[in-house]
Design a protein around this ligand. Structure first.
Ligand SMILES: Cc1ncc(COP(=O)(O)O)c(C=O)c1O
Length: 395
């Protein structure tokens, strides 16, 4: 019922009022296109779209203008033809594997790797008879010897998690290309500010955009960037598998990415400062940071990276309980999983990610009882370092 004679009812107007025209907007920021579907003005428009004469959106799982702004921005930063967004970093990896690996295929991954990625290979890819070979990270000879007839994909993080191993992508790509194997680099820890894996010969770059790209510990998203053809395959897979991003998360990501270069500069400076100071501390047994000469991949990192990021892994000269006391005494970093945000986060991988695994398995993966992973945020470096020092002194 309408209170205004001659006009549609209140509910009809509540649903449709003010939204039937398609205004051009001069807004400085890209709006959140919070819609699940898109309307066609008539059947002729729908037909033009179906026949490829009109490029536009159809349904929310296939595309969204807010996502597209993020995708264009990431493609631009990575020097890629195109990029595609996913619901999470894991979704970027799983969709990529499912889209690019054939039944009975062969995948090569590295041992220092996000645990859930390895779990996907062991628990899900095996159902498609895809075999996974796990190799030591940053070792191109090991990569070459893992290749066999029918190998399809080499996937590695660079830097890796948690030991920050840095892959010589150019060498890996040279070896793989000779055998028709695609190289996929998870560049979450590097970001395009610190390393451009596509320029070094990778076929695809993946991101957990939850981390540095978003940068504010407030969203989950994933992304892939590469050639139009490969990204097109992944985009099609998103439409079928359904792991698309929410428009509001895409907006937060777009906003976060505007300060990526500024934030990375601070993360790089603080990471290096903290790594150097910890390395000289008597309570610290060892520090892993690609910017330190003591890191096994320092030479590669210095050659291919523009900065080494905000994640510093280190081992205390202490047992599990003492390391826990150290973590508990820290006042600035939150005890939390994740990394790459403005807030510093600290965790012991043994408790956070591997507590359910037998000790022998943990040690085989290098997850010792006193290993700490610190993601330096953008707080003042001196404040963060002073906090770590007081925690070390009191534990
Ligand atoms: C290197 C790396 N890749 C991928 C992921 C998965 O990303 P997400 O949590 O966004 O699914 C993570 C951690 O969560 C990670 O550290």
């Amino acid at each position: 019922m309408s209170h205004d004679p001659g006009k549609p009812g209140d509910s009809t107007r509540a649903v449709h009022g003010g939204e039937r025209d398609r205004p051009a907007s001069d807004a400085v920021t890209t709006p959140v296109f919070q819609t699940s579907t898109y309307w066609f003005k008539d059947s002729a428009e729908l037909r033009a779209y179906q026949e490829g004469r009109l490029v536009r959106d159809e349904y929310g799982r296939y595309g969204n203008p807010t996502w597209r702004a993020v995708e264009r921005k990431l493609a631009d930063l990575e020097g890629a033809d195109d990029a595609v967004l996913f619901a999470s970093g894991m979704c970027a990896a799983t969709t990529t594997f499912l889209a690019l690996l054939p039944r009975g295929g062969h995948l090569i991954v590295t041992s220092d790797c996000y645990r859930r990625t390895r779990q996907f290979c062991n628990e899900y890819l095996t159902k498609l008879d895809v075999e996974t070979t796990v190799i030591e990270p940053a070792n191109v000879d090991k990569l070459a010897s893992a290749i066999r007839p029918g190998s399809n994909l080499f996937f590695t993080e660079s830097p890796t998690n948690p030991y920050l191993r840095v892959i010589d992508v150019r060498e890996a790509a040279r070896v793989c290309r000779a055998h028709g194997i695609r190289v996929v680099i998870d560049s979450t820890f590097a970001t395009p500010v610190n390393h451009r894996a596509l320029a070094d010969g990778a076929d695809l770059v993946l991101h957990s955009a939850t981390k540095y790209l978003g940068g504010h510990n407030d969203l989950l998203a994933g992304a892939a960037a590469g050639s139009r053809e490969l990204v097109g395959e992944l985009r099609k897979a998103v439409g079928i598998l359904g792991g698309c991003t929410d428009a509001h998360s895409a907006y937060l990501l777009l906003r976060g990415m505007k300060t990526l270069a500024l934030r990375m500069q601070r993360h790089n400076e603080t990471g290096l400062h903290v790594a150097r100071t910890l390395e000289a501390h008597p309570r610290v047994r060892r520090v892993w940071y690609p910017g330190l000469a003591s890191h096994p991949d320092h030479a590669t990192a210095t050659r291919i990276m523009h900065g080494f990021g905000g994640v510093v892994s280190f081992e205390l000269d202490a047992d599990l309980e003492t390391t826990m006391r150290f973590i508990d005494r820290c006042r600035i970093p939150y005890i939390a999983p994740s990394l790459g945000g403005v807030e510093s986060l600290i965790e012991m991988p043994v408790v956070m990610s591997y507590w359910d695994r037998p000790r022998e398995e943990r040690l085989r993966l290098g997850i010792t009882d006193s290993l700490v992973r610190l993601s330096c945020g953008i707080e003042d470096a001196d404040d963060l370092m002073a906090d770590l020092e007081q925690a070390l002194a009191g534990c």
